[in-house]
Design a protein around this ligand. Structure first.
Ligand code: DX5
Ligand code: ZN
Length: 219
């Protein structure tokens, strides 16, 4: 069985101590840094943009998993490649020419991810699944950290897992939103490969320990 990945979401970090929090992730058992970019148009919130991602990249020692919650993401593919993103996820709902966008991400040397809103069916990926490296399945409505996990996600994960197997795709399934100790193991059992956790990690008393426990729970 392949190793499961934990990606703490820096959206829940203390921005006044961003370097400290990035270094905490570096030194922890986490695998990736999850970076949420919001434009205030695709989602009703603005998080941070390129200068902050650049600052994170200067201190991060693990792969940068960048989740774009922005309209017209094609405009910024090269920018995020230059900033050091390893994985770049765009929203299905924001792409008119998804296939072209995926090729453009790969042409810049990054892994290509597609994020799905809770209302978006996994079956819409039937014709692109072989071109996708990662599906970021939203288990909350994107835009904010600290929301409650949507229970329908388990069903979506197993449907997506079946689709991936049927189509012989190598895509990883990432779960984003409301992940905690109660749902982590169940999500991995349903077929998830990557768990993003924001509040659960950064609002805990000992984030390093929380990451370690999460990792052990899904090993
Ligand atoms: C939500 C973001 C998530 C968020 C998760 O729009 O995509 O990555 O940071 O935060 P929690 O784990 O607090 O739900
Ligand atoms: Zn995210």
């Amino acid at each position: 069985m392949s190793t499961k990945i934990v990606a703490p979401s820096l959206l829940a970090a203390d921005f006044g101590n961003l370097q400290r929090d990035v270094e905490m992730v570096n030194q922890s058992d986490a695998d990736w840094h999850h970076i949420d970019v919001m434009d205030g148009v695709f989602v009703p919130n603005i998080s941070y943009g390129m200068p902050v991602v650049k600052a994170i990249a200067q201190h991060a020692t693990k792969p940068l998993d960048v989740h774009l919650m922005i309209v017209d993401p094609d405009r910024y593919i090269k920018t995020f490649a230059d900033l050091g993103a390893s994985i770049l996820s765009v929203h299905y709902e924001a792409c008119t020419h998804l296939h072209r966008t995926l090729q453009a991400i790969k042409a810049e040397g990054m892994k290509a991810g597609v994020a799905l809103n809770p209302h978006t069916s996994v079956h819409l990926l039937e014709d692109t699944i072989q071109d996708i490296d990662l599906i970021c399945m939203m288990s909350v409505n994107p835009g904010f950290g600290g929301q409650s996990f949507i229970e329908n996600t388990y069903q979506k994960v197993s449907d997506l897992k079946n689709l991936i197997e049927k189509k012989n795709s190598k895509a990883l399934i990432e779960i984003d939103g409301g992940v905690n100790a109660t749902n982590a193991k169940k999500l991995v059992d349903a077929g998830a490969d990557v768990l993003v956790a924001g509040s659960f990690v950064f609002k805990s008393e000992n984030p390093t320990e929380t990451i370690k426990n999460l990792k052990e729970q899904i090993a």
